[in-house]
Structure formats: structure tokens, C-alpha cells
Design a protein around this ligand. Sequence first.
Ligand SMILES: Cc1ncc(COP(=O)(O)O)c(C=O)c1O
Length: 419
Amino acid sequence: MENNPVWHPYTQEKLYPLPLKVKRASDALIYLENGTVLIDAVSSWWVNLFGHGRLEIAEAIALQAKELEHVLLAGFTHEPAIQLANGLLAVTHGHFSKVFYSDNGSTAVEVALKMALQFFYNKSQHKSVKVIAFEEAYHGDTFGAMSVGARSAFSKPFDDLLFEVRRLPRPNFHNHDEVLSAFETEMKSGDVAAFIFEPLVMGTAGMKMYDASILDDLMKMAKDNGVILIADEVMTGFGRTGKHFACEYLKVFPDIMCLSKGITGGFLPLGVTLASDDIYKAFYSEDRNKTFFHGHSYTGNPIACAAANASLKLLLSENMKEQMSKLSIQLTEIKERLEQHSNAVDVRVKGNILAFEVKVNSTGGYFSEIRDRLYGQALSKGVLLRPLGNTLYTIPPYIVTEEQLQQVEKTFEYILENN
Ligand SMILES: Cc1ncc(COP(=O)(O)O)c(C=O)c1O
């Protein structure tokens, strides 16, 4: 790519034309330098909750930057980090007692895995099976997160370096007994350290949804067997599934929860890993070897925390609650209309996420031309979608307008009629 010094993520630059240059963004709209306006129907990789340029968050960032831009978090603390930790502990109903900061979703997962494994190390308990995860799972792009994710084209160059993980079939509303019995076999055959999962919606797998009852059964069995439960709510967190956290649909709560993406309302990178009191107690000791030796230079950055505090306040506001439930109803109505279309397969909605497969001759896959065609067709209609193979989905900012949603729906219809 000539004259472009930036190496873009998830992009084979020889095959793709120049990236679209963005000038500014406001609410659910992205304004390109060439004058085109796009609806951000995927919330910029699922991070934006309340629309671009949200003033409350922008102002909180500006104020914080003038007061304290950053200070190391080892041996020091500051109000934005304390306030955010208290806010997150409260909004997760007191199930956790500590909040560990990092920088993104992948690091939130790395921290969770290290916490779970060191928990047993600190207790001098050997576990022969380290982690169980779902087939088709995605937990991030760093090595630990890749290890617990599915083996795929993304991980292939590194597959022989990733640690072994036992797999459970992905739940799909029809295979409750199969998933449960696979888990039971694992429980019987080995002592297992941890079970990591994306609760109720598996994003990168293709916005695949499953019901709470299977997860409740798995979590209960895991608890009975002393297995640490890690909920990866990096995508589902902060209202995406219709409740603040997908885990609120469950009877059993996890021991560890990973959050990122929407945490700052889509303004700044920040990851958090919440730990229960039991987990924390295994590290709290006079023995220095039991310390959690993990940290990043920008851990607990005050500006990112200030953005997250402003974002949490917005999330909890009555106004946003109304917007979120209105959006969920609107998406359900769109679902009902799309179901009438013979080319739309398995139209599904959970909270503020709508997804379906486009009936095409081949199943697509991440590298398929179908994906590129659907992506281009959406752009030509002024809508930013990022199809996953032949799966189309929308996960818009909560403030998306009715007219904008209509445009997204029309784009879906256009794609369904032209493939
Ligand atoms: C469930 C889940 N976990 C972890 C990650 C990784 O987050 P990040 O891209 O911020 O590293 C993602 C990203 O899509 C995700 O969907």
C-alpha cells in the first residue's frame, strides 16, 4: 500500500484498497474525508455504547488530563481508579471484591487465566487439566487468549506454541445433553483448573447465541468440582445482551469476569478483570512468592478510568435504560420482518444484538469472497457492517435513531435480495 505508513489490523493490504479515511464521528455516524457518511452499525468493533463524541465522556477526559494524566499504580493509587473499581463492584451486585486493571480485552483475559492458574499454584494444588473452553470461542489475540480461543486461520502460524485446552461443543439450543455430558466426562477424568466462556453470545464465532440454562448447568457442575469460572464479558458487558452483564441471566455467578470494549464508552482502551474474594484471598499472604506478578505501564490510567466513570454514569441513567430497551424492541421487530425473507437464516436477537446468516451457495468463512461482497454492498448503502463469513449482524450504539435503524434494515433487505 503506497504512501500509507500504517499497518492495519486484520487486513491483507495487498488485496484491499486503501482504507477509508475518517474525518470525524458523531452519534451513530462516521464522516469520511471524501464526504461520505456511514452509519456505524457495529459500534466500531463493538466498543461504542452511547454514540461517537459523547460530550459527558469527552469532558471527563479533558478534565482528568489537566489534573493527573498518569501515574504508576504499584504503590500508588488515585481517585478515578478507586471510583471506577467501586462502581464496577456495585454494578456487579457485590459478587466480586477486587478489580485488576489492564489495557484491552485480550489482557483482561490473560490476567484472568493467570489469576486462575496461580490460584492453585499458591495453594500448592496441581491441576492436570488447565482450562476448558467452548469450540469456536474467541478470547483475544495474545498468546494465552489465543490458546483458549478456537484454533483457526487466525491462530494457525502459532498453533504449536499454544497451550492445550479441552473443548466443549458450542451450545446451540439443541445440544444441552451433549454439552453437559462432555463436561461431565472432563470433570470425571481430570482435575480441572478453570472454565472460560463468552456468556450467551459468542461474538467472533458469528454472534452465535445460546440459552442460560445450559450455562447454569455447566457452571453449577464446575462449582461442585472446584473449577474456577471465568466469564469473558468483553463483548457482552455494559448492556449489550439487554442486562448490564450477560451473567445477570444466570443463577450461578462466575469467580472472575473480564471486561473491556464498552467500558470507556468507546473512547479509550481499558481492560478490567474482576475477582471474587476467594480468588483474592489465595494471593493475600506474607509470602512474596504469592504476589500476582502482572502489570502494564498504563495500568489503571487515570484518563481511561475517568472516561469509564463517565460512561458508567451514562449506562446507569434512566434515559439510557429507556434507549436500550427501546432499541431491543426495535431490533426484535426487525427480526420478525427479516424472518419473512426466504434468504435469511436463523434470525436472532439478544438485547441489542441482531444477527442472521445470508443463504448463499457456500458457507463463506472469514476469507470468503462472500464476506467481502456483503461488506461492500453495505458500504454502498451507507452502512458499516463487518460480516463474519455469511453472518450479518448489527450491534449499534444505543442512541441509534429510528431512521438510521430503518436504513440498516433496508441494507439487510438489499443484501438478502442481491445474493
Ligand atoms: C469475547 C472477547 N474477548 C476478548 C476479546 C479481545 O479484546 P481486544 O480486542 O480488546 O483485545 C474480544 C474481542 O473481540 C472478544 O470479543
